[in-house]
Design a protein around this ligand. Sequence first.
Ligand code: NDP
Ligand code: 8X3
Length: 250
Amino acid sequence: MKKIALITGATSGIGRACAISLSQEGYDIIATGRRESRLRELKQELAVDIDYHYMVFDVSDRKAVEDAFQSLDASWKEIDVLINNAGNAHGLDSIDEGNVDDWDAMMDINVKGLLYVSRQIMPLMRTRKSGHIINIGSIAAKEVYPNGNVYCASKHAVDAITKGMRLDLTKHGIKVTGIHPGLVETEFSLVRFKGDEDEAKKVYDGFVPLKAEDIADIVTFAVTRPKHVVMTDITVLAGDQANSNTVYRK
Ligand code: NDP
Ligand code: 8X3
């Protein structure tokens, strides 16, 4: 039977890798993001025998999210798997010197954006009495590290929302999984350091970071468990990483 996975933030990194991996499992894919050219190009990377649809919107723009789902064809609304992945860190400043625009971006995108998208899809899953929501949190959802302040707060909120979703949705046959990666080499640090490639590269110097594909493997494993099995909470670190702030570099 055909199944549909919707992945937010599929233009890059973990989301893109999840789209590729789930297409290889036979899922039809809905990919979302703001960079349309990348969403168009993603089609070439997906398994050939699946259907593909993309939607361009900013997850933090509530009206844009609502409009996108209202205009979605009924056949594409039968979403089996939602991967709430879109998000980023913006800045790494001591909280007393924090950039308020960065704070707004992280709370609006990582927390409210996740809620806006989920609000569109949860009722559809509830009607069909099945579905699986995977929220991409972070080790920053479990620990707070120096200068991580508001990013960590946004991801702690994702962790709390994940637990709340599980409490409210399990009775409707909807599984909820939180996946919490440590350091994954993607465009994440480039965004955090506002395009400074040297700063971004330093984050991954001297050890082997996780790859986006490592997280996509775990997402795919969680999604492909039988109906009676739910992976609730998975934290995954790089081999040389002991916690959010301790990395053994060569
Ligand atoms: P990337 O920067 O490579 O990817 C981020 C994705 O999110 C892009 O596809 C981007 O798409 C999308 N996105 C960002 N802001 C918005 C927005 N306002 N509206 C719609 N889409 C948006 O980073 P990662 O792949 O690493 O990050 C993915 C998730 O994983 C994030 O939630 C991040 O917090 C989390 N994470 C990352 C870790 C890491 O070390 N890399 C570790 C733990 C968690 P576009 O720009 O086209 O809109
Ligand atoms: C991304 C990993 O350690 O930079 O969430 O917060 S970290």
